[in-house]
Write a protein that binds this ligand. Structure first.
Ligand SMILES: [Cu+2]
Length: 322
């Protein structure tokens, strides 16, 4: 539309309310629908596992509840500004007005109710979706030990004696029990389409339980800045049917030129590197994950001994033995 300049804008009659509403509707509707059209590209809103599904529901319910306050406030702001504009002589004019019990009840009770509902909802889902909580399933879970290195992810499959770098292959429909640690910087392990993010920290271990309900390739990443190679610290989480997973394990173990992740190979691997290609190790030293966690405990050992504590394999837990 070409710009039209009125010679005396102040005398131009304001458009009637009906027309204004129609105009606002024409602008507002596409704006409201815009984010929805992008849903299929937004990983958090396009989950592929039951944890991710529940988290998506939580995001949508919580956002909806909060919009119950936000939308009326936005709309009423415009309505009030329009209705009580200087030019409108029909609106009530009461310069000494100071208090309205009705308004007080509305502006306090509605947010209180919403906060109460959100509190109950969040309390329940926080416990239901606790990353440490094992998933109930008839299918045998797969254990994966995750080590955040500078700047790549090492995945160890202790039950199969294999390991990979920057590639996570998991069977569809089986709970995946992750144990995570870091060999250096703190990192954040995140596969948005499968659910919760969790930190990986040196000298301690965190746990995460996820499940993939559909076969596919899902982007995994570090969601915490950890240095110059951070932006390439990405991996593919590939969910495949169970028999394909078994075949993949078999292939990994019987690679023609097998790579072995022993202590020496690990020393090489942990050197900082950028944009590391995905690698499969046919064998891995047993107990590698625990030894990576324990490495950061050395300085604390004498102190722990003096305190009469022991260091459990379960990370930093300090139990007093007397
Ligand atoms: Cu911590």
């Amino acid at each position: 539309m070409p710009l039209r300049r009125s010679s005396r804008p102040s005398e131009e009659a304001p458009p009637p309310l009906g027309k204004l509403r129609a105009r606002l509707g024409r602008i507002a509707l596409p704006l409201l629908l815009l984010p929805l059209s992008a849903c299929s590209h937004m990983e958090l809103l396009n989950p592929k596992g039951s944890i991710g599904e529940q988290e998506k529901d939580l995001i949508l319910i919580a956002s909806g509840l909060m919009l119950l306050v936000v939308i009326p406030v936005m709309v009423l702001t415009l309505v009030f500004a329009w209705r009580y504009r200087a030019g409108n002589t029909k609106a009530t004019y009461s310069p000494t007005w100071a208090h309205s019990t009705k308004i007080e009840v509305v502006v306090w009770s509605i947010p209180c109710v919403i906060v109460a509902i959100l509190a109950v909802l969040i309390w329940r889902t926080t416990h239901a979706l606790d990353p440490y909580r094992p998933l109930e399933s008839q299918v045998k879970p797969v254990n994966v030990e995750v080590v955040a290195l500078d700047w790549k992810w090492l995945f160890i499959y202790p039950d199969y004696g294999i390991a990979t770098v920057n590639q996570l292959t998991v069977p569809v429909g089986a709970p995946i029990n992750f144990r995570l640690t870091s060999a250096s910087m703190m990192n954040s392990f995140f596969i948005p389409q499968l659910g919760s993010q969790i930190y990986a920290m040196a000298g301690m271990q965190t746990k995460l339980h996820l499940i993939a309900d559909e076969p596919g390739t899902y982007a995994g990443r570090s969601a915490a800045f950890s240095g110059p190679g951070f932006s390439d610290m990405q991996f593919n989480a590939v969910a495949v049917p169970h028999d394909e997973f078994d075949a993949w394990v078999k292939r990994a173990r019987s690679a023609p030129a097998p790579l072995v992740l022993d202590e020496a190979a690990y020393r090489d691997l942990e050197q900082p590197s950028f944009d590391t290609p995905s690698t499969v190790y046919a064998r891995v030293s047993p107990g590698l994950f625990d030894s990576i966690v324990d490495r950061f405990m050395v300085g604390r050992m004498p102190a722990l001994a003096l305190e009469g504590g022991i260091c459990t394999p379960d990370g930093l837990a300090l139990q007093r033995i007397y």
